[in-house]
Every structure is written in C-alpha cells, then in structure tokens.
Design a protein around this ligand. Sequence first.
Ligand SMILES: NC(=O)c1ccc[n+]([C@@H]2O[C@H](COP(=O)([O-])OP(=O)(O)OC[C@H]3O[C@@H](n4cnc5c(N)ncnc54)[C@H](OP(=O)(O)O)[C@@H]3O)[C@@H](O)[C@H]2O)c1
Length: 297
Amino acid sequence: MLCKKALILGARGQLAGALRRATPEGVEVVALERAQLDICDEASIRSILEQYRPDVVWNGAAFNAVDRAQSLEGAREAMHINALGPTMLALACRDYDVRLVHFSTDFVFDGRKTTPYLEDDATNPLSIYGASKLAGERAVLAASPRHLAIRVQRLFGPMVDTTTGSGSAAKPGGNFPFLMLRLGSERDCVRVVDDQIGTPTYNPDLARASWQLLEGSEGGLFHLSNAGEVSFADYAETIFRIKGVSCKVERISSQLYGAPAARPLYSTFSNQKAHSCGVEPLRSWDAALREFLDNYA
Ligand SMILES: NC(=O)c1ccc[n+]([C@@H]2O[C@H](COP(=O)([O-])OP(=O)(O)OC[C@H]3O[C@@H](n4cnc5c(N)ncnc54)[C@H](OP(=O)(O)O)[C@@H]3O)[C@@H](O)[C@H]2O)c1
C-alpha cells in the first residue's frame, strides 16, 4: 500500500465525505473541516502537515457558488478559496513531500465540443468560478508532478454526518436530486434547462475511483465521471420517474433561465486516461442514481 495516512480537508463537503467513506482498509484518516483548517491559512496548513505527516492530502474544500462568483464579492471569495488556497496547499505539500489530490470542474471548458472532453483539450471558462478553478488546478499541477488534479462534474450523493463520516438522507438544497425532489413535492411543474449536456456523477463511485487513481498514477490531470450523458431536463424526469413523482418538467433554454454565470452546453468527459492508469470504468449515471434514490431519498 502506497498510502498509510491521509488527510481530508473541507470535510463537511459532499465529496470529502464520500472520500472518507471510501478510504481503503489499513489507511488511517484524519478529516478536518473548515473550522479546523482553513485552506487559505498558510501557517495553519504547514503546522497541520508537521503535526500529522500524512502521505496524501485530499482537498475537498472549494467555493462552489457559481452564480455568486459573478459578483465582485463572490469573485474575491472564489479566487481566494479556489485558486490561492490550493496554491498554498500545493506548495506546502510539495515541501513536506506529501501528494495532494485536488478537484476541479468541467466548467473550465466552453462547451463547444460535441464529443467527450479529453484532459488536454483547450480550456476556456465561461464564468469567474470556472476561471478560479482553472487557476487552482494549474497551480497544483505546477507545484509538483506528483500532485493530482481531478476534474469532476454534477456531483450527487448522500450528505455527510460530520461526526461519524457516514452518509445520511436528504438535507434541503444539497444537490440536484434532492433539490428536484423538494421542488417536485411542492409544485405541479418545474422549469429545467434542456440544453446543458453532461454526466451526473455519484460521489461514492467517484471517491472509489479517485483512490484507485491515487494508487495507479504518478500524478497529473485527469477526468472522472460516471458513464453516459444527459440534459438537466432529462435528468430531472429520470429522478421523478424513479421516485414516482407526478411533477411535470417544463423544458427551457439556458438563455431563458438566465443564470448570472454562463455554463458550458456540453461537458461530457472522456475517462480514458484514468482507465489507462488502472481505474475501473464507472457505471452509468442512471444506474448510480437509482441506487442513490433507493437508499437515501
Ligand atoms: N458539486 C458539484 O457538482 C461539483 C462540480 C464540479 C466540480 N466540483 C468540485 O468538486 C470538489 C468537491 O465539491 P463538493 O460539491 O463536495 O463541495 P461542497 O459540498 O460545496 O463542499 C465544499 C466544502 O469546502 C469547505 N470550504 C470552503 N472554503 C474553505 C476553506 N477556506 N477552508 C476549508 N474548507 C473550506 C466548505 O465548508 P463549509 O461547509 O464550512 O462552508 C464545504 O464543506 C470541489 O473542488 C468542487 O469545486 C463539484
């Protein structure tokens, strides 16, 4: 086993919780939430590395308020947490000879492709959030060839019980399936965009694959997602069908929806590079969704 001790940061986050639950047997884990370690506090990062001496740091911390990042205040926060924080983390990890695994996003792309995105496809973020995440992944990769940056998208899964690290059922607004189920119970019809295509990705599947990638790769940039692709409108209809919810989905364009931040209209990933490093192909998004809804919603 290459890794004996792991540190998970941003531990209240949904992916961080899944990473904790997917920790291979025999690996000791310390999970710290924001109140215990702010990834933008360089002195604290170094003192935590000195104290715990992990083999790997998983950075689950991020500013994910995509629309809020279009305002000056939100942009400042996004750049601080998504770019500056990971930069300090990456340099500190390099100095302590610790591997860092950082997560990025499909929003680094402009969505003009019509076939799955490869890791070396040109980036062109359409939003401040996307630009902040791109700056973060670049800094992580520039700090050490042993660090990993994994682009992910459309995460869903159980929320985390931070005291035990175990999964729990719905908390309001947590992610798209929970949001749709809440709206579906309150309304007869929801308006959902039908022109943004990508892949909903189940945190437990992603976490398992990320641990495999840590073991199987030397470092670098990777894409990981479940298999298949779907629009948000079809995704919402699938959720309602699985749960027997009678709410209708009214299909609208992204332009009509009018979110402050533009999103890529197409952002499906190729996972080929991760597969070539020994990551087992992830199942289809809808098989994962069914398992999730059966167990947690
Ligand atoms: N969710 C998605 O659909 C999606 C899509 C593409 C990429 N990603 C990327 O995937 C990764 C995981 O996302 P996620 O959905 O699991 O995130 P999440 O649930 O929003 O959790 C992020 C966590 O980061 C913590 N955090 C924020 N600022 C921090 C700081 N300065 N220091 C320490 N912790 C801090 C937050 O703490 P509090 O709880 O205290 O606020 C929160 O618990 C992120 O890199 C994200 O950008 C996510």
